[in-house]
Design a protein around this ligand. Structure first.
Ligand code: ATP
Ligand code: MG
Length: 554
């Protein structure tokens, strides 16, 4: 099933080569999110890669919370991340790992580096460290504290641990080379003081390892063999190996980089997504407009569609902007198979069938799916008053208009051909009712020589219940807000529209049905929270039925 994904993927080539050369026995990977926000579809790319490598080679893939920076890390994010990965189809009953569990081991490794004279306690300020570090063009300069004795460094590091200093007053740095061409290697910080309580270790520690120090060690402790990360860590690779080499770690994990996912009309960075939440531009991390997994789930995306998308985009070292069309194609394909077909009218306008008596009520049985009979059937009712969508009638049609207009016929889906006779307008000139006749000989058949140009969806008034529909557009107005520093300047103010319409009453008898196609309208999913809030059944529109050229249309 994944042959193409595997073949095209440069990482699989590396692994296969390592196996051939007997360099490796077990293939272990990990997915290391920081619990400071919700997962987004970029993370799904990494999850799909890591869990599939482990599966293909019968190895393991650890979910490890990279929780070494207590500032924004929270239990609620741990829960949300676990839930999302499970929803995506991974991590069933598996042990979960936390970098914070290795704090003691990491502390010991730091002492080992100090003892080897490869780390020192610095007391330059954060600003000074940055200044001394230099730039790509300018070499760095040594800190005046670089040559302290090992003994002094050991004492100071212990004091750091024992809360003898304030946050930021001291830090532990690796002693490498301030003149290195790779800025990451200019005496990187390994430990910093943060007098902040950690969501797991509480007040036990006030010194915390940096990403660079903790990532390679956590990988080594868990016997990870392939540590896969996104391209921005390319320069950190040298440090990753330096730390492991100097701590004499055997069977070292190897870091390989791949490009991050960038998707049109959205941002894929937790920090930026957090801004949208904090500034209340969206309703929360799981707002259906968000590219988070929980947002996509609420919008009506399926795990299968996201896995398919990850498979299609593949893995490479080149940064691309992926078209939103591709993600939409994947969800449409899945929903087409699994969705039950019902009818809903989103912008209702009334039709009165003049040649039907008031009490007439015809039951019509319709299939819930045009191809798969296992989706079952349901009943619709044809009677005197029905709703159609406002856009399916035009008083003054253009020559190419194919739907209902005065003196023209149209077919009602699953039912009869009707003909519009006259309209009634209200005081403001808005059409209130359309009077039509129906042809009783046309139930699901076309009499000879009759050319009926279109089929429209409808619901009889008696068989309808009111519903709300939430229609979406992208959150951003430009294709690549990721590249913009002031990305909040490009917020689309029309990204959500709410409509009041009707759905078939019979839907209430099909409680188990989840994914719906409202015929001609698109795919929809009930929004439970909004339904509860509005006291009215409320749907999120997942996606239209066809590709849209303009994403700024709902
Ligand atoms: P963000 O910038 O969104 O906060 P992050 O890298 O800080 O992302 P982490 O929680 O550290 O978020 O990410 C966990 C893993 O997911 C990392 O290995 C990271 O490389 C990967 N990852 C994050 N964003 C993407 C993306 N857009 N595409 C592919 N992989 C990603
Ligand atoms: Mg990160």
């Amino acid at each position: 099933m994944q042959k193409k994904y595997l073949k095209k993927n440069f990482l699989f080539k590396i692994i296969n080569n390592d196996i051939k050369k007997n360099k490796i026995k077990k293939i272990n990977t990990r997915f290391p999110p920081e619990p400071n926000g919700f997962l987004h579809i970029g993370h799904a790319k990494s999850i799909y890669l890591n869990f599939n490598i482990a599966k293909t080679y019968h190895g393991k893939c650890n979910l490890r919370f990279d929780d070494t920076n207590p500032k924004d890390e929270k239990k609620k994010f741990v829960h949300a991340i676990k839930k999302d990965i499970q929803w995506l189809g991974y991590l069933k009953n598996k042990k979960i790992f936390y970098a914070s569990e290795y704090f003691k081991k990491m502390y010991k490794y730091a002492i080992k580096l100090i003892k080897k004279n490869l780390a020192y306690v610095d007391q330059l300020s954060k600003k000074e460290i940055k200044k001394y570090r230099g730039t790509l063009k300018k070499k760095g300069i040594n800190s005046p504290y670089r040559n302290r004795s090992i003994k002094k460094n050991l004492t100071l590091f212990k004091k750091m641990k024992n809360r003898k200093f304030k946050s930021g007053e001291m830090c532990l740095r690796a002693k490498i080379n301030m003149k290195s061409n790779n800025i990451v290697m200019r005496d990187p910080v390994l430990y910093r003081i943060k007098n902040i309580s950690h969501y797991r270790t509480k007040k036990k520690w006030c010194i915390y390892p940096t990403y660079d120090f903790s990532q390679c060690l956590s990988d080594a402790i868990e016997k990870i063999t392939y540590s896969l990360c996104s391209l921005e860590f390319l320069d950190n690779k040298e440090l990753y190996t330096w730390i492991l080499n100097n701590l004499n770690i055997k069977n070292q994990p190897k870091q390989y980089e791949f490009s991050r996912l960038n998707l049109e009309y959205t941002v894929l960075s937790k920090r930026k997504l957090k801004d949208l939440v904090k500034k209340k531009i969206v309703e929360g991390w799981n707002d259906p407009r968000m590219p988070t997994l929980s947002g996509l789930k609420r919008r009506g995306y399926t795990p299968q569609s996201i896995r398919n998308f990850c498979k299609k985009i593949g893995i490479s070292k080149k940064n691309h902007l992926i078209e939103l069309k591709l993600l939409e194609h994947c969800v449409r394909k899945d929903l087409n198979k699994i969705s039950h077909r019902f009818m809903a009218v989103i912008n209702p306008i009334k039709i009165i069938i003049t040649n039907l008596c008031k009490n007439y009520n015809e039951e019509i049985i319709v299939n819930n799916h045009p191809l798969y009979s296992e989706h079952g059937k349901h009943k619709i009712y044809f009677n005197k008053t029905i709703y159609i969508d406002e856009s399916d009638f035009k008083e003054k049609p253009t020559p190419t208009y194919k739907r209902l207009t005065i003196n023209k016929e149209i077919r009602l889906r699953h039912a009869y051909i009707i003909k519009a006779i006259k309209i009634k307008k209200n005081f403001q000139g808005k059409i209130e009712k359309i009077f039509c006749t129906y042809d009783k000989n046309t139930l699901n058949k076309n009499p000879k020589n009759r050319k009926v140009t279109g089929v429209i969806h409808w619901i009889s008034k008696k068989n309808s219940i009111p519903a709300k529909f939430r229609l979406f557009q992208p959150i951003f107005t430009i294709k690549n807000p990721n590249n913009e520093k002031k990305f909040l300047k490009y917020i689309n103010k029309n990204s959500i529209k709410t409509k009041n319409g009707f759905i078939e009453k019979d839907l209430l008898n099909h409680k188990k049905i989840k994914f719906l196609q409202f015929e001609r309208e698109g795919y929809f999913l009930v929004d439970k929270a909004e339904t509860y809030k509005n006291k009215k059944i409320t749907f999120n529109k997942t996606i239209s039925l066809k590709d849209k050229k303009n994403f700024m249309k709902t």
